[in-house]
Each structure stands twice: as C-alpha cells, then as structure tokens.
Design a protein around this ligand. Structure first.
Ligand code: BDR
Ligand code: CA
Length: 335
C-alpha cells in the first residue's frame, strides 16, 4: 500500500487526483495539504473538504498551507476562466470548514515524514510553496520521504500560462527551485509529470459519460449546453459542474471539448509506474527571466555536466492512463 500525502490546489483536475487516490485500495491516504494556486486558499480548502466529505473520507486530515507564493507579489492573476471563480467550475458545495485539521500543512508534512521515515509518498499537484517551506524547516525531508511525484513543468515542450512556463511552476518559481534543489541527491529522484505527457491525456465526453454511467446516472456531454444532465450521485454532481466549466475552457483554448487530466496522472503513475517512461535529467527553474519566468530548464545535452536531479516523464501510454482513471473512479462511484 502507498502511504500518501497529497498537496493540492483544488482545482478541477486536482479533484480527479483526489478521487482516484480515495478510490484505490492500494492507497493509505494519510493527509491532504492545501496551497493557493488555481484559486484562493480558502476555496481550495472548501473544495477539498467538500470532496472528501462526498467521498466518505472526512476522516483524512485536510490541512491549510500557504495562501500566496513565497516571494512573488500576486499580480492579480485571475484563473477563473480556467477552473471557475472558486476552482470548482459550476459545481456548488456546502462549506465544511470544521473538517480542517488543527495543524499547518508544513508541520503536518514534516510530522508524517518523521513518524514514518522512508514510507511516505508525497504527490504535489499545485505550486510548490508548501513543500519549499517544509524543506526549509526540515532539510532532511527528502531523505525522510519515500518519494515525491509532482505535476509541474514543461521539459521538452512549451508552457501553458506563458510560452515557456507551466502553471504550477510559474505561480511560484522560487518555491519550485528551492524544492528541486533540496531533493538533489535524495535517495530517490523526484518524478516530474509535466505537460510533455499530460497534454496527451484527454478526458473526452465518452469518458465522462462512462463515469456517470458507473454512478447510475445518465449524462449527455455536449458543447454549448448549460447542463449535461442532473446526476443523483453527489460526486458525479460535483464533477458535472466542475468538468463542464473545464471542458468549455479546453474547447476554447485547446481545441477539444473535454479536459486534460494533468494532476490525476500523478496518482495513476504512482499506482502503475509503467504508464510513463522517464528519463533522468538535470533540471533548474528560471526565476529571473522576463519572458521565461517559471520555465523548467532541462539539460538534455548534459551541457552543465550536472548530476540528473529529476526523472522526467517523457512518454505515456494514453489509453491505459485514461482507463486507470475512469475505471479507478468508477469503482468508487458504483459503490
Ligand atoms: C496544472 O495547473 C493547474 O491549472 C492544474 O490544476 C494543474 O495542476 C497544469 O498546468
Ligand atoms: Ca493543480
């Protein structure tokens, strides 16, 4: 079993990552830590605790982390056109603030890693602010964790928020740099699941309809509609609202009606590492560039003559990854 901590900025695709982790019998979900990113920290917490409630997993601690980037002054980035104003598209939820743990995300991460040296897998699907704070406070964290898998970066391909940078790294480049430097020389290299692979995995209407059908609901997933249907299953209801908004964004800006899976791929890769092929490479983060801030610069030619510090996912089995997600979450929806 994977003893897992998820660090999230929920977020539509973060929600799928959370549900996939909750659905798997192979996962012992120790905690979820929240960070600002796709939306404000308060919304991230609301979405995450609501989802955990819907999944029947309010027993899992959800801890609040950092509400802004380490050093960057928020420049009024409005992400509402991607994930909706609250990070959940058109979904509505009931506030469940009581479910928030009485411990800060960084403290929780350190305490869990210290309590179970070498056993805890960390998956991050948002900006790396919480992790940067944690390694600053506990420099042994990379040795204490079993492994770290992150959604972030674009290593051989272009970015998504700028031509050069991927959203999670771009939102807090200093944090990403601190985290990657701290993990340099760790017993196991971090695994990067970046846009190189996540931009290949598209959740399409047929997949969403299959999820609904597993839940005993019927959805007609079509562009240009204000509703795909009215699911009875509460998780499916959340997904209908969240994914519909995300699909509109993808339709407009990425040319297909559906969604990239991004964050959920990390959990799928933890459960089945054969879904991706990785290559070790030295990676650094651009923090100063005017055009390239937040770029993950990968030294594929070994110009720096530096030890590789990241295993970057360079190819992915798209069909098996989609099946892992749809089948995995379907099990939960059907129960
Ligand atoms: C990443 O950015 C966010 O919008 C998604 O949740 C994902 O973590 C993709 O670049
Ligand atoms: Ca995310």
């Amino acid at each position: 079993r994977h003893r897992l901590i998820l660090d999230v900025d929920t977020g539509v695709d973060d929600a799928l990552a959370i549900l996939l982790a909750c659905a798997s019998d192979d996962v012992d979900l120790l905690a979820i830590t929240c960070v600002a990113g796709n939306t404000r920290l308060a919304d991230v917490i609301t979405n995450t605790t609501a989802l955990m409630g819907l999944a029947g997993r309010s027993d899992v601690p959800v801890a609040a982390g950092r509400d802004r980037a380490l050093v960057r002054v928020p420049v009024g980035v409005d992400n509402s056109w991607v994930h909706g104003g609250n990070g959940r598209g058109y979904a509505t939820v009931r506030e469940n603030r009581r479910a928030v743990a009485d411990i800060d995300a960084t403290d929780l991460l350190i305490a869990e890693a210290q309590a179970r040296p070498g056993e805890v897998t960390l998956i991050t699907t948002g900006p790396l602010t919480n992790l940067a704070l944690a390694v600053r406070r506990e420099p042994r964290l990379p040795e204490l964790l079993k492994r770290w898998i992150y959604m972030g970066g674009a290593y051989r391909t272009h970015g998504n928020v700028t031509p050069a940078a991927e959203f999670n790294v771009h939102t807090d480049p200093e944090a990403a740099k601190i985290a990657l430097e701290a993990f340099t020389g760790a017993p196991l290299r971090p695994t990067a699941v970046g846009l190189d692979v996540t931009h290949q995995v598209r959740l399409l209407p047929a997949h969403i309809e299959a999820l609904a059908s597993a839940a005993g609901d019927v959805l007609a997933v079509r562009p240009g509609t204000t509703s795909w249907g009215t699911p009875n299953n509460p998780i499916m209801k959340y997904l209908e609202g969240a994914l519909r908004k995300y699909a509109e964004y993808h339709h407009k800006f990425h040319g297909f009606y559906g969604t990239y899976l991004h964050d959920a791929v990390t959990v799928a890769v933890m459960l089945d590492p054969t879904l991706v092929a990785t290559r070790p490479v030295a990676v650094d983060v651009e923090c100063a560039g005017k055009l390239t801030s937040g770029q993950t610069v990968a030294d594929w030619q070994n110009v720096w003559q530096a030890e590789p510090n990241v295993d970057v996912a360079v190819s992915i089995d798209v069909e098996r990854s989609l099946a892992a997600l749809v089948d995995g979450i379907s099990v939960m929806l059907a129960s």
